[in-house]
Design a binder for this molecule. Structure first.
Ligand code: SAJ
Length: 434
């Protein structure tokens, strides 16, 4: 099946790179978003999000004339829905954006069109939610128009490369839909394109992220055990991973982002009685910020009135995304305990939050500080030179929650260095290794 035009609904972290990649591959793409600021910005070549290389790609797509930005969907050979699927207070999936996107396509849907849902969704969304909405105009899904589900699996920070190189799963509501989906993505996907049905594809996406969340929870629980037994969990994980079939992930201050911390709930909500492990892993990861604050009390003492610098608010290193960020949760808890938090987030200058002040530079963030808390292992923070830092602040406590700092370098500059997952006794064990 040949596609001369595509309408991409949702121009966020996935929709915008996807629209731009199709456009620079020679297809006419109408990108659509309901957010007026996003539309106005993009029409002037301004981006609302940071992803390495994305600005150049979007501007090339706009300059080529293949990518145009709209407030409403337009008729096209194919429609791609890439809108958010957050979860609500009760951890149930909020599918309102997907529903609204499907309804917005209705007036433009024609015989022979292909519709692809990309948003991460609970299993059966494509067949039970999207298909009935699209059939309201009398066309039959799978025969009059084709309908597929194809999840993205790109890693924020590597999106442009992975969009092209990753294996792609296409789940059709029938074989013709899956084949048409393969024809569409073969436009730019260089990875293998694997076909299945829509519900299996929805399940695969959730399994990928849920498996990661469970493994991160295991690493976090190992960090608690290491503190309990007086062991350095980072050393232990490194040694355990030398086993040919062991791959233990890293502990951290918690799990953030709009994917790993959200997607597992989509599986739990539908079948809570048969998902105790998935739920427990979510609870372990969501409790990690509380654990970090308990360690702060151990290392810093009574937190009331203490000036603490939080280095990093993004949910992970070298991204500008603060959604579901554990770093922010740690700051909220420290603030509740009476600490005075100054945060420095180089990827999101000017960020405002009631629990913290934000500084525009590292120097401003540390000059009143009594303790430095590394919450996001941005490259900029990993490269800090302790002897230089010591000149900027009277703080002589460095608490590393990410494994991003070198203990010896900080201690030799007069800092008391602490790391998440390193039990007290392991400080003495260090001499064994040197
Ligand atoms: N984290 C840890 N320890 C680890 C790895 C991650 O604490 O060993 C934390 C990170 O700090 C972060 C969170 O988990 O707060 C998630 O980070 P991530 O890098 O694991 O995942 P995302 O959300 O950036 O991207 C994931 C990826 N999924 C998998 O790796 C299975 C990506 O491929 C998906 O496309 C993306 O979710 C998505 O959009 O679904």
């Amino acid at each position: 099946m040949k596609f001369n035009s595509i309408c991409v609904i949702g121009l966020g972290y996935i929709g915008l790179p996807t629209a731009s990649t199709f456009a620079t591959s020679g297809i006419r793409v109408m990108g659509m978003d309901i957010n007026e600021q996003i539309v106005a910005g993009l029409q002037n070549g301004q981006l609302h999000l940071y992803e390495p290389g994305l600005r150049t790609l979007v501007q090339a797509a706009l300059r080529s004339g293949n990518l145009t930005i709209h407030r409403e969907p337009m008729p096209a050979d194919a429609f791609i829905i890439a809108v958010p699927t957050p979860f609500k207070e009760d951890k149930k999936a909020d599918m309102s954006f997907v529903e609204a996107a499907a309804r917005s396509i209705l007036p433009h849907l024609q015989k022979g069109n292909l519709v692809v849902l990309e948003s991460t969704s609970p299993p059966r969304t494509t067949v039970d939610l999207v298909a009935p909405i699209l059939e309201q105009n009398g066309l039959k899904a799978g025969t009059d128009f084709l309908l597929a589900y194809s999840p993205e699996r790109v890693l924020p920070g590597q999106i442009l490369r992975e969009l092209i190189e990753n294996t792609r799963i296409i789940g059709g509501i029938n074989r013709a839909s899956a084949v048409a989906g393969r024809d569409l993505y073969a436009t730019f996907v260089r990875g293998e394109i694997l076909l299945t049905d829509a519900t299996t594809a929805e399940m695969v996406k959730l399994m990928e992220n849920t498996s990661r969340d469970v493994n991160i929870a295991l690493a976090n629980e190992f960090s608690h055990l290491a503190e309990f037994y007086g062991v350095d969990v980072w050393e232990a994980i490194q040694l355990a991973n030398r086993h040919p079939r062991v791959k233990i992930l890293n502990p951290g201050p918690g799990v953030g982002g709009h994917c790993i911390s959200v997607d597992p709930w989509f599986l739990v909500e539908a079948a809570p009685k048969i998902t105790p492990l998935i739920r427990t892993a979510r609870e372990v990861n969501d409790s990690q910020p509380f654990h970090v604050v308990e360690l702060c009390k151990q290392f810093i003492g009574d937190l009331k009135g203490r000036h603490i610098t939080a280095l990093g608010l993004a949910y992970k290193a070298d991204v500008d995304d603060l959604r579901e960020s554990p770093a922010i949760h740690v700051c909220e808890l420290l603030h509740q305990a009476g600490a005075i938090i100054t945060a420095y987030e180089p990827f999101k200058n000017g960020f405002q939050h009631p629990s913290l002040k934000t500084a525009g530079t590292f120097a401003d963030a540390v000059n009143q500080s009594e303790a430095l808390l590394l919450l996001t292992a941005h490259e900029e923070f990993k490269k800090l030179v302790p002897s230089e830092v010591a000149k900027l602040t009277k703080a002589r406590i460095a608490f590393d929650c990410t494994g991003g700092w070198d203990q010896e370098k900080w201690e030799s500059t007069g800092f008391r260095y602490f790391r998440l997952g390193v039990g007290k006794d392991s400080q003495t064990n260090q001499n064994v290794n040197n």
